[in-house]
Design a protein around this ligand. Structure first.
Ligand SMILES: [Zn+2]
Length: 262
């Protein structure tokens, strides 16, 4: 049984898809993943994501600067992102946020780029596609400060603590769940925590080509994740929440359509 699903996080611009992008998108459709939100992670990458979204039916994109790329943020960046949001398939600001795990950009650069993008989302009344790793305190403080001025936000690829989850839910954010939950080692805490997510806050994503669900047997050859594997995330979320796949599919799809205004 397949259900119409929205994959809210696909890095379709990745070179991992260069040789067979058309097949990846059509395989997703065959598996019921009818709608893909393509993640933009820098000005140039957001441009590429918007171009791909225009090329494939059922695809939309985000425009933003990932914390890893925050060092590229300059005085022109916000204008460039604002221009990109004029393209009809661009539906959200992001991926933006804070990642103090690897600090590919300094924390100061990350905070500046994140705050500017928060203000842009407020100005344009667009939802935010948010990334946070090892930076909950600073991330939460900034979001809280702007929260009554932007319409919606999703903590994408949520893998944090119970306390962080409830802090985001209290800010009325949505929560994006990836194949992290399919990992019987790293995903143990998340498997318990998903039960705390109200059905009207839940969305599903693959974060492909990353985070191949470990519940896929046998493991696909290249070890690459694809949007067509989203039903494996659906299955695990349904099992952990003690709900049917249909319930989770219907709720997460309705949430994503409303969130991204599709
Ligand atoms: Zn991310």
């Amino acid at each position: 049984m397949t259900y119409p699903l929205v994959d809210i996080g696909v890095n379709l611009t990745s070179s991992a898809f260069d040789s067979d992008r058309d097949t990846v998108v059509s395989d997703a459709r065959l598996n019921g993943v009818t709608t893909l939100i393509l993640t933009g992670s820098s000005v140039q990458d957001s441009q590429s994501a918007a171009t791909l979204a225009d090329q494939y039916p059922g695809c939309y994109s985000t425009a933003g600067i990932h914390p890893h790329h925050a060092s590229e943020f300059n005085s022109d960046s916000i204008d460039q992102l604002r221009q990109l949001t004029l393209v009809p398939q661009v539906k959200a600001i992001g991926e933006t946020g804070l990642d103090f795990n690897r600090n590919y950009s300094t924390p100061g650069e990350q905070v500046d780029a994140f705050e500017a993008q928060l203000m842009l989302a407020c100005e344009l009344n667009l939802p935010l596609f948010l990334h946070q790793r090892d930076a909950h305190k600073e991330f939460y403080a900034l979001l809280k400060h702007y929260r009554d001025r932007f319409p919606d936000g999703v903590a994408h690829c949520f893998t944090d603590s119970k306390q962080a989850l409830h802090a985001y839910l209290d800010l009325d954010l949505h929560i994006g769940i990836t194949g992290w939950i399919c990992d019987e080692r790293r995903g143990m805490e998340l498997r318990k925590l998903v039960r705390d997510i109200p059905l009207n806050r839940l969305m599903l994503e693959t974060d492909a080509p990353y985070l191949l669900p470990r519940t896929i047997k046998p493991r696909p050859k290249p070890g690459r994740n694809e949007p067509g594997f989203l039903p494996f995330v659906l299955s695990e979320v349904a099992r952990c929440m003690d709900r049917t796949e249909q319930e989770i599919a219907e709720a997460s799809t309705a949430n994503a359509r409303k969130f991204f205004r599709l």
